[in-house]
Design a protein around this ligand. Sequence first.
Ligand code: ATP
Length: 437
Amino acid sequence: MPELTYRADSALLSGLNQPLQDLLVRAAALAQGQQATLWLVGGVVRDLLLDQPIEHDLDLMVEGDAVAFARLLAADLEGTVSAAHLAFGTATVILKKVQAGSAVFPLALDLARTRVEQYPQPAALPVVQPAGIDQDLRRRDFSINAMALSVQTVDGHLAPTTLLDPFGGRQDLAAGHMRVLHNASFDDDPTRILRGLRLAARLGFHLEPHTQTLLATALARRRLEATSPDRIRTELCLALAEPQPEEVLRLADAWSVTPHICVPLHWTATLATRCVRARAGETTSLHPLHYAGLLTYDLTAEERNHLAVRYRLPGDAVRLLRELDALQAIRDQLTRNLRNSELDHLLRPFGVVALEVVRVAEPPPIPAVITHYLVQLRPVTQLLDGHALRRLGIPPGPQLGQILRELRAARLDNLVATRADEESWAMQLWQKIRDAE
Ligand code: ATP
């Protein structure tokens, strides 16, 4: 669990890297010119207090016209405004290049007008109205996300900041507690349960006792089942993008949430070991699709299909799950002594992610077989292409395609080595095909 930083509240903004501080100085100056007040909110405040690196986009609340401010800011910083919603008072300013030392990185500033939200009925989308920062903080999910830091400038520098912490977020950070702000929080928006899981898994935090009781009540009232599957899917995708998605699933079991999302899914030590193994040796983080495959690996084809249909999973995820069904159906064949061309014939239809998932999840000898296929066989191409075959006098048509396929198989089985070998092999096959006609 990360520990609290020792910086004084007023100096918290000095935890941001210099380019971000410079950027805030300009934003604050512009806001002051507009008589608008600017606040950093949400994850960035939490992570500044925990002294975590600020690697995510910044959430800024504007007490004033956020969309007009976004346009001014984009013009000033040579950025672009995207996703501007006049009705909600929200906009994003995209900066393509923020310089930090020798590194250049893109950054999105999410701007929103401070507001209150009312839920016409549980689990429905809220009705939004402008309000001050104090009220804005009341609509948030957890105390540790319901803090704000004022962003003001004096003489071209960031002024000492003020931390607004109306729900004891700082204390909860120190205790490692997740606390909702009011009793109806999970009823109003059950996706907060999934947000909580993600954050608790990332930070190693626990639900404080009252929040646990509220969670149990919301689950018993089947609030997650009443939530739109699209909103749940968004949260599931975010969970898969966490550094350790298996930890999110372990907590989801511990909080008794998993059966409300997907009944047959549950954490096992085997599944966690597979995720750790998949990460080992990787220099960059694994793609969320890998985790989608690894975490659902022990489900049946029918259960995976149910998951895909219920949450209308995106095309690449559906394809992956289907490929896992098909690969699991042929796994016995992979343990036989196959010729290279036979192995290629079996595995060539599948995407690399599915093959990598199976490689991590299956016992020997399958991992070695898949590695052999991916490294030695998949990249192989024969020397002759369709044009070369046509120059040898083979006419275009299905037979040419067949000869190309068989030529590749011959190369994989080391039956041909040189271009001349391929040419004579192709001509012999062409002769055979003609004789058979
Ligand atoms: P992360 O590190 O995952 O980006 P974050 O807290 O910044 O964490 P965002 O999804 O960017 O996550 O949300 C920004 C802030 O908006 C949150 O900190 C929280 O205050 C508020 N928020 C987001 N979603 C909800 C929600 N469903 N209910 C209440 N508040 C929310």
